[in-house]
Unconditional design. Structure first.
Length: 299
């Protein structure tokens, strides 16, 4: 019987890294190898399967159509390989070993300081690696197997995932002192579309706030330029407009030392739903559900 030669996981890792980086040098850095090692590994893979996967020029790295299909398959193979280790960890102590969690920027600075001390205290064997990413980036990382779970605000289309809702986070309208009537709540109709400042595209809070207001003209007329909630608050404090904030940010003191006032938004869906999400059929589902309970209790 003729010997069967199969691609190695390392070769597939090099190929996926090159597709993600689009550059041999950066791909090699991501894999912690030299550029010549990565290039040789991909050439060995091409020789093994007898086809060219990558067109190489001086300036451009271009994948062939078959190369793109093999990259997609390689991502699934690498994810399955990672889950072999997950199976073993899942059979051991709960919430132990390494876990990669992405957290969106409108949650990370306000919730993590409250929950991480408890995790460290109650689960000292858990090595939690955190990435702060926008919702779209975090879900992409999750579906490609580069992160294990995501702390996210729903609703958001994140692919084939399981979700455990933790709590609801009410939306507030933040404005310079004296700009709006000091009523207990603010109605969407009271918001001046020309004064509304929102986070730029990629942040799901923007979509949650606009959906809650249910005023289509806000999407067209609002200024989308903020890169973080702290930046938005500073712009409001300088009289440049009004914005939307989640309650967790207000409770965490984001308005301290400013002349900004915040009042709850008076609308039907004036909350976002904070949730932990992970890939369907993950062998670590028990861990994720336990983590979700710990997060909900600590919040």
């Amino acid at each position: 019987m003729a010997a069967t030669y199969l691609p190695t996981l390392k070769q597939l890792q090099y190929l996926v890294a090159l597709r993600d980086a689009g550059h041999f040098g950066r791909a090699a850095e991501a894999c912690f190898v030299t550029q010549s090692t990565l290039s040789a590994g991909i050439r060995e893979l091409e020789t093994l399967i007898g086809v060219v996967l990558v067109e190489r020029t001086r300036r451009v790295v271009r994948f062939t159509p078959l190369g793109e299909r093999i990259v997609d398959k390689a991502r699934r193979v690498l994810r399955e390989a990672d889950e072999l280790g997950d199976l073993a960890r899942a059979a051991g102590r709960p919430l132990s070993g390494e876990m990669r969690m992405s957290v969106i920027p409108t949650i990370a600075p306000f919730l993590l300081p409250r929950i991480l001390p408890r995790l460290r205290r109650d689960y000292p064997d858990l090595k939690l690696f955190l990435r702060e990413e926008t919702s779209g980036q975090a879900c992409e990382q999750l579906n490609h197997g580069r992160t294990d779970c995501v702390l996210l605000a729903l609703p958001f289309a994140c692919g084939e995932v399981e979700a455990e809702r933790l709590f609801d986070d009410r939306l507030f309208v933040a404005f310079p002192e004296g700009e709006m009537d000091p009523t207990p709540t603010i109605r969407p109709a009271d918001i001046d579309a020309n004064r509304l400042l929102m986070l730029e595209d990629g942040h799901c809070l923007k979509d949650h706030a606009l959906a809650a207001c249910n005023r289509p003209e806000l999407r067209a007329e609002a200024t989308m330029l903020g890169t973080s909630l702290h930046t938005m608050v500073q712009m409001v404090d300088n009289g440049l407009g009004v914005t939307m904030l989640p309650q967790m940010a207000v409770d965490a003191g984001i308005l301290e030392h400013t002349r900004v006032t915040a009042r709850p938004l008076d609308a039907e869906n004036a909350s976002r739903h904070i949730a932990l999400v992970w890939r369907k059929a993950s062998p670590r589902e028990r861990d994720f559900r336990l983590l979700a309970k710990v997060l909900a209790d600590a919040a």
